[in-house]
Ligand binder design. Structure first.
Ligand SMILES: NC(=O)c1ccc[n+]([C@@H]2O[C@H](COP(=O)([O-])OP(=O)(O)OC[C@H]3O[C@@H](n4cnc5c(N)ncnc54)[C@H](OP(=O)(O)O)[C@@H]3O)[C@@H](O)[C@H]2O)c1
Length: 319
């Protein structure tokens, strides 16, 4: 595009769209950047926008997006827009490079594994009761950790597992090599063998129609009784009722969950009650504008030169 494109930044979070505007303007001084926070503001501004960037886009705006040529989502997950019928199939959707979000997620996963092997939960429980009862601690080194989803984030986790002496095993949709893994499995037919081989299973899968409740009773039933499940991908990938049953009956050792099918996790969920389930409120991979804006700006330079955009979402598979 030869002329300067009109960019609309949308985020409902207080001050966040303005933060992106400043970051974009600092790097691309001639950019025309508008911001919106509410659905009503976005409905007004989208009519003039060539490019939409941000997240939590109100679905109603896409019917009015007559000039729109490109949508960039600042998060890695795109399940809310990948299949929206009002988005013209000719308008590319791109997303943030997960490797920009990965550093905190790597620490969450490694931290969870070490907390489990060090049995910190026993210490915290004893401390609240002023009890001193020495216990044996485990060792993460040498354990097999399976990472379901070996994309940008999963690969960073795999490398960190190896660097910490663990055996990293990966599972993905397509059969292909992937750095950061000692073993690789692919496709639905290898999922059960993959989980059966692991001491920890880490889910970093996107929410798509193909991953929905993939980790149900059958797959969970193949995990070792000593194994833990760690989910930092999306809650819809796990059948939460089946997981609660597996964890309550100790058919698996426990679960560390950052993401849930419904967020906030409803107070009525059985998962809250289980002492071998650790719950965090979707905090493992925060989207920090200063961390992720470079991915949009690099694509903006490509867009202006008429070059293909990177990190385009495959709207057939939804990731
Ligand atoms: N908790 C948080 O705060 C947080 C933060 C950021 C991201 N996330 C989640 O993490 C997800 C992954 O991010 P990313 O950047 O690593 O994504 P990515 O680079 O697109 O990687 C996705 C991986 O999932 C695999 N996959 C997709 N569908 C599959 C299927 N049906 N069966 C088997 N494997 C499948 C892909 O397999 P192939 O390699 O064969 O294509 C790929 O390895 C995001 O979609 C988001 O939902 C969560």
């Amino acid at each position: 595009m030869r002329t300067t494109p009109n960019i609309l930044v949308h985020s409902p979070r207080e001050g966040e769209a303005e933060r992106y505007r400043q970051l974009i303007s600092a790097r691309v001084p001639d950019a025309q950047v508008c911001i919106s926070r509410t659905e009503c503001e976005a409905q007004m501004a989208i009519k003039q926008a060539d490019i939409l960037v941000g997240w939590f886009f109100p679905p109603s705006i896409f019917k009015m997006a007559n000039k729109l040529k490109w949508i960039h989502k600042v998060s890695a997950g795109v399940e809310d827009i990948a299949f929206l019928p009002d988005i013209d199939p000719g308008v590319p959707i791109t997303r943030t490079d997960g490797s920009l979000i990965a550093p905190r997620m790597v620490e969450y996963v490694i931290g969870a594994i070490f907390a489990i092997t060090q049995r910190f939960h026993l210490a915290w429980r004893q401390q609240t009761e002023r009890r001193w009862e020495p216990y044996e601690v485990g060792l993460a080194r040498g354990k097999t950790v399976g990472v379901a989803g070996v994309g940008d984030i999963g690969s960073a986790i795999g490398s960190a597992l190896q660097a910490n002496g663990m055996h990293a095993s990966g599972w993905r949709r397509r059969r292909a090599t992937s750095p950061g893994f000692d073993a690789l499995y692919a496709g639905g037919e290898e999922l059960e063998a993959f989980v059966a081989s692991c001491d920890f299973v880490v889910i970093v899968l996107p929410a798509t129609p193909h991953t929905r409740r993939l980790f149900g009773a059958r797959v969970l039933g193949k995990m070792k009784p000593t194994a833990w499940l760690i989910n930092v991908g999306r809650g819809s990938v796990v059948d939460e009722a089946a997981l609660a049953a597996a964890v309550a009956s100790r058919s698996i050792a426990g679960a560390v969950l950052d993401v849930f099918e419904e967020e906030p996790l409803p107070a009525s969920s059985r998962l809250w009650e289980l002492d071998n389930v650790w719950i965090t409120p979707h905090v493992s991979g925060p989207i920090v504008p200063e961390d992720v804006v470079s991915c949009f700006i690099d694509n903006l330079q490509r867009f202006r030169r008429g070059r293909p955009l990177e990190r385009a979402v495959d709207r057939t598979f939804g990731y």
